[in-house]
Ligand binder design. Sequence first.
Ligand SMILES: [Zn+2]
Length: 494
Amino acid sequence: MHRLYLILFSAACLAAPAFCDEAATARRFEAAKRSEPELVAFLKGMPKGADLHSHVWGAVYAESILDSAAKSAFFIDPQSLAVSTLAKAGFVPTKDLLTDKRLTARFLDAVSMRGSRPLGSGHDHFFDTFHLFVPLMRPMGPDARLAEVIGRAKAQNVQYLELMDDVASDAAQDKALRDPPATNDLDQALAAMRKRFPALLADAKTYLDARDHEVAKLLGLQAPVSSVEAPITVRYVYTVYRLLPEAGFFADMAAGLFLASQEPRVAAVNIVAPEDDPAARRNFDSQMRVIDFLWNRLGKPNLTLHAGELTLEYSPVEPMRSRIRKSIELGHARRIGHGVSVAWEDDLPGLFREMKEKHVAVEINLTSNENILKVSGADHPFNLYRANGIPLTLNTDDEGVNRSNLTMEYVKATRTFGLSYQDLKELSRNGIEYSFLPGAGLFEAAGYNHPRPEFSRVREPAWQPDAWARALMAKSEKLALQVRLERAFVDFER
Ligand SMILES: [Zn+2]
């Protein structure tokens, strides 16, 4: 009986080798679940489709901020950690951060979530870190900042990144957004902004060309980091600050949507800053109207919106009844960031139906939700979304401030929600399926079981793309990345 089983099993393996390798890998994964280090050892090398929700400034680790701060030639108050560009009584040069051990420790605590929370609230401590470290990160510059984040993802077998970061020089950005036109007549305001667009676009192209080459050089890569030829491919998401007054918000959103419609490396636009801030709450409806107006006039570019990063501790229930729906219907969000408050949305079954019809995915950020909102485990809507067929992706949000990385997000999801290896592969594949990469994808139907016919053997170890397959991949960046991910799984499971 046992021999018969072995013979049948071997025959099945010959018929479908990829399946057998996957089954063996899934067994290794199940065994690894008994401890976190075993899961880390397994998951750090597992191919991860993408990190679609990462703020680059918040993704830099405190230790790098420390090194940058020490080079800043600023002065710091060892008690309050206030920073000054000029020498002041009681302040010490920031280079002392490297030599005064107690100051080093206090600084690392203050610019990350690693240690004490003097304000008592993870939420307040988190958002305060940015006020302290942003001016001190100037000496680090954009290339080292990006290289840290991209290099870390590459080491964890992440295939693709959509990074929230600058996409143009500060000077060009300031010039495009200074003295924003009044918004009492939106058509006139847009006409005024259109005059500023060409200079901003030209600057963005130069700026992104420089990042493409300098970051590739720092990481020792042959191809520009935005190319699908690079081992990790990068796109950028333009961010608009949601606490700006209306005219400033309009100008910034117009600039972002224009760039996203014209420059392929700017994949989408998002809005940032605490969603529970009183101004964010008051301005939300008018901001959605502004987005709706601009989106319809600027070529309907991609948007992903932070929405529903709220709990009753930080928000009345009323905003939570429509925050996600309005972000999709008026804000035209193709992805929702966080979506923690979804259970409070009116007509929840109708919302889930609409999300499925429009292929809206949710960017899940587990560590961030735990640190900022104190939402974890069964308090998180992860299973509510999954039970209703909403596609999810795992992301880092601010891996530096949160002392996390994408591997740890996979570890956390596995341990919290009892996921299988197949579940994790689906989350990994969602990262590219719901990315903003252009072109036709690899899969013909919903789910990932039906690659288009030209790629029907893509999961067989010996598969090589023929000339026709190569031509198709050259025409679609999304297809090229999806094929790369499937091949990465073949290698991982071998
Ligand atoms: Zn975020």
